[in-house]
Design a protein around this ligand. Structure first.
Ligand SMILES: [Zn+2]
Length: 185
């Protein structure tokens, strides 16, 4: 941030505001505190019979790798609306949300994933602009070594385990790895 988004001043400084306990960017001119907080990533794991729908990314990061349709929540939408929008944008598919499936925190990059289980209303899908391919996979067909993000691996592993056990539950997780799977030092 080079300029204050409130008054346009370039007199920004990093300091701990009175009554706070961590560094913030503060405008010396209008005294606005510019908070920076983690982002929500909303998505759905679409289900059709004994298969799940994954998208192969056409954009970085992790271009060419498979992912659960998901993306950043926008202002003025609920997390469910965001998840449904992402399924449409990436997979051109319509789903009905069944339940929250996973909450996956990645603290070092400030992201929280919320994945829902969702039922495809019909097996009708095609790649949106951010996808190279969209495909249904049975468990044995999941491209485990070609998954884009650890959040997808987490949600998929738990989905198949739950399915075998006949369980519906919410899973809490997180990672000590970056988006490329490298351990954080
Ligand atoms: Zn200002």
């Amino acid at each position: 941030m080079n300029f204050c988004s409130h008054c346009g001043s370039d007199q920004l400084e990093e300091r701990i505001p009175d009554g706070d306990d961590r560094l913030r960017i503060v405008c010396r001119n209008c005294h606005t505190v510019h908070y920076s907080n983690p982002k929500i990533v909303a998505g759905c794991l679409p289900i059709w019979e004994d298969q799940v729908l994954l998208c192969r990314r056409s954009i970085p990061p992790r271009k060419g790798y498979w992912n659960i349709p998901s993306g950043y929540l926008e202002h003025a939408e609920t997390v469910e609306e965001g998840a449904l929008r992402e399924v449409w944008e990436e997979a051109r598919a319509r789903v009905e949300i069944l339940q929250l499936h996973a909450i996956f925190s990645i603290p070092h990059i400030g992201q929280v994933y919320l994945h829902f289980l969702a039922q495809l209303t019909e097996p009708d899908f095609s790649p949106g602009p951010e996808s190279l391919e969209v495909q249904l996979f049975r468990e044995a067909e999941i491209p485990w070594d070609q998954l884009a993000f650890s959040s997808s691996r987490f949600s998929l592993k738990h989905y198949w385990n739950d399915r075998r056990a006949g369980l519906r539950q919410v899973h809490l997780g997180g990672t000590q790895y970056d988006l490329l799977g490298n351990p954080i030092r």
